[in-house]
Structure formats: C-alpha cells, structure tokens
Design a binder for this molecule. Sequence first.
Ligand code: ATP
Length: 444
Amino acid sequence: MDELVSLCKRRGFIFQSNDIYGGIKGLYDYGPMGVELKNNLKQTWWKSMIYERDDIEGLDASILSAPDVLKYSGHEDTFTDPLVDCRSCKSRWRIDNLDNKLCPNCKSGDLTEPRPFNLMFKTNIGPVEDGSSFAYLRPETCQQIFTNFKNILDSTSRTIPFGIAQIGKAFRNEITPRNFIFRVREFEQMELEFFVEPGTDEKWHDYWVKKRFNWWVDQGINSNNLELLDVDQDDLSHYSSKTVDIMYTFPHGKEELEGIANRTDFDLGSHTKNQKDFNISSKVSKNDKSTTKLAVQNFENKKWYMPFVIEPSAGVERGFLAILNESYKYDEENSRTVLSLKPHLSPIKAAVIPLKRNNEELVNKAKKIKNNLQKIGLGRIMLENTGNIGKNYRRHDEIGTPICITVDFETLENNTVTVRDRDTMEQQRLNQDDLKTYYENYFD
Ligand code: ATP
C-alpha cells in the first residue's frame, strides 16, 4: 500500500485533501492523472450499462436529499455503525473494526458500551438555520433513482424489466476512515437499480452477480484475486433479502469491492402512497406523505404490482485502488516501475515527445501529431516538451501510458517517428501517415 500511496502522490494521481492546512481524514483529491483514470473507469461502466445494452436509462440526480426520502428509505433509523469511546485516551472507534476489543491508539480495553452512530451528513438549505430547513447529503446514490422511477417510466418507453443507472457522489461520516481511498467519507458510487417482476428476482440477481464479476475481470483484475461472498442473513442491510459481495484482495486484505443486493420491493414500496392497494412486503416503511405510487401495471391481467429491484453497487474509489494494485509492477530486469493498465483505462493514451526541448521544428511537428491523434477522441494525448527521452519513458511507464511517440531529426527528413510500446519496450519506426491506423488498431 505504501508504494501505491507514494506513486499516487509522486505522479499526480491522488493527494490528501486540504493538505496545506493539515489535511482532513477520509478525504482525497484526484490530480491530473487520477481524474483521467477515474473518468475512464466511470465511462467504461456507463458504456457497459447504457450504450452496450438496450434496457437501461441514465440519471444524474441531486446530492442534497429531503429528510423524508431518507426517513422512509429506513436510513434515519438504521444507517448506523456501532461507536465506542476509549475512556483512557478519549478516542472514538467502530467496535467491529477493533482487534480484541482494544483501543488501537493506547491499547486500553476500557471502552464504553457501543452505541449507534448515524453516518449521514446534515446541512442546511437556505439562509435560516433553525432546524426546519435541514437536508442530508445522500449516503448512497440510489434513493433518487427510486424517487424518479415514475418520471423515467412516464418519459421513456420502458417496461419491466429495465434499469436506471447513475454515477455520483455519496457521503458517509465514517467513524474510522482508513486504508487510503478504501474507506473514505466522500466517494463515488456507480449504481444500477434493475427493476424486475417479483418471482424473477432471484434469476436476475444471479445474472447481475456474474455480469459484474466478469466486468471487473475485463478491467484487468485477475479473477484469482476476486471472490464472491454470500452475505450472512444477520449482516444484511435492512432492505436486502440477499446480497452477494464481490471481494477483492486489496493490499490491506480481502474486502468488498462491490455489492449486489436484492432490495425486493422495499424502496419503491416505502416511497409509495396508498400502500395497502398493493401486495407488498411487510418490511416496507409505512408512508403517509408520499404523493405518488411507484407501481406498474401488468400488461396482460392489468393488475398493479410493485417491481422488485436488483442493485449492483460499486465504489469508484475501491475500483480505482484495485485496478492500481493489479497493474502496479516493478520490472527488475529493466529497473523500472510500470503500471500495466488496460489501455482504455490509461490516463494518457499516447505521449508525443520531441527529441529536443523547444526546438521549433520538432515541437511543431509533435504538436501536429498530438492534435491529429487527439481528434480521434479516445482520451488524452500528451505533448512532452522536456527533451529527456529516457526520463519521459520512465515517467510514462509509471503512469501507464501505452504508447510513446518520439519525433526526432529523422522525422523532419523522412516523415517517420519512433513508436515505443509500454509493455514490451519494443520500438519501431513508423511513417507518420500510418500513425492514425496504428493508434486506432491498438485501442480497438
Ligand atoms: P462496507 O461494508 O465496506 O462499509 P457497505 O456494505 O456499507 O461497505 P454499500 O452500502 O453496499 O457498502 O455501498 C456500495 C459500494 O460503495 C461498496 O461496495 C463500496 O465499493 C462503496 N463504498 C461504501 N462505503 C464506502 C466508503 N466509506 N468509502 C469508499 N467506498 C465506499
């Protein structure tokens, strides 16, 4: 983990947030390379959910949430972790994270009884802070998918089964954020709520578990480092009848990367008015405030029913950490660090490097090549005008750039460039006119 943290800072992937004022625990900022990798990961998820399928719509809903949404979703009552105080050193901990129930700070066993601590952040909307205007920062992105269920049904031609996907920030006031970006207080989720007919939910749950496992393998994660965990009945969230977690062997140990839950009709049922009109599960929150019914009509028998929901919910930061960990290698033979990222995730797709810094002819030529490749639109191409080829190769190996293109004096004479492959380190001379095809084929 230390090596990854150090690489992230050195190469501009991740910085401690607010660090010039001492930093805030559990918050991180994504630098020039980090933001590209993160966007590539999110974009790949979005494409796989929406563009490559015909049964999912997208959404981007607000982060600030009306308290009623999180009251009826059950989060006000149940979204808690067990908190204990150490009477010796006055520090606070989550009891289920402590080894042998000892304070990690001073090793004292003199702890208070655990009490529930609600993880939701509150803020105020508008200028008056009298308690009547408070809102929550959403602790998961999906509640706004449920509250928009009818809007999306009414504005598209969707029928069950179909899904709504969203990527966005979520906030949890974790008692002990830790393990770099694994457990943080502000993070992003990639969530799909897939609505199905009751009775078909188990089949769809199995389908999504397989689909999501394979998706992580496609992002470059070795399947030997992934495992499916059937979550114990006693550990299930209040809304779930079954959850399978995709576990990954992170540098600090095996933990959850993504959870796939069968949320039954809990959420749509809990946000619905006139609940007695539907045959819904007994667990749903009783609701006398909702203005709408989130049910659908069966085409054939015309009966209204409450769909069930299968939810694959993945953390962007945990995905980022897993992918970084998988691709990080020290190549002893060539004394270099390499991030062998899958090219579609690489922050920089190709670096164009003029042999000599600020040489007008070389730099102009390099700029032209950069602009032409950039137009293809597969991601960021970088012009490296520092003149040190060896250093540039090392730097781009470390940030996972698959291709380096060097423009030298021969380029000016015969229009050829040197193309270097990150993984094999092989170099070949290519005519500039063939570069576009080479680049497109590489990423195809
Ligand atoms: P954990 O048990 O590790 O706290 P969880 O079961 O509470 O996770 P979910 O509510 O299922 O997590 O959230 C879905 C996904 O969101 C998780 O699989 C994880 O990838 C991500 N996630 C949840 N909490 C955090 C956090 N504090 N920091 C980073 N990612 C998180």
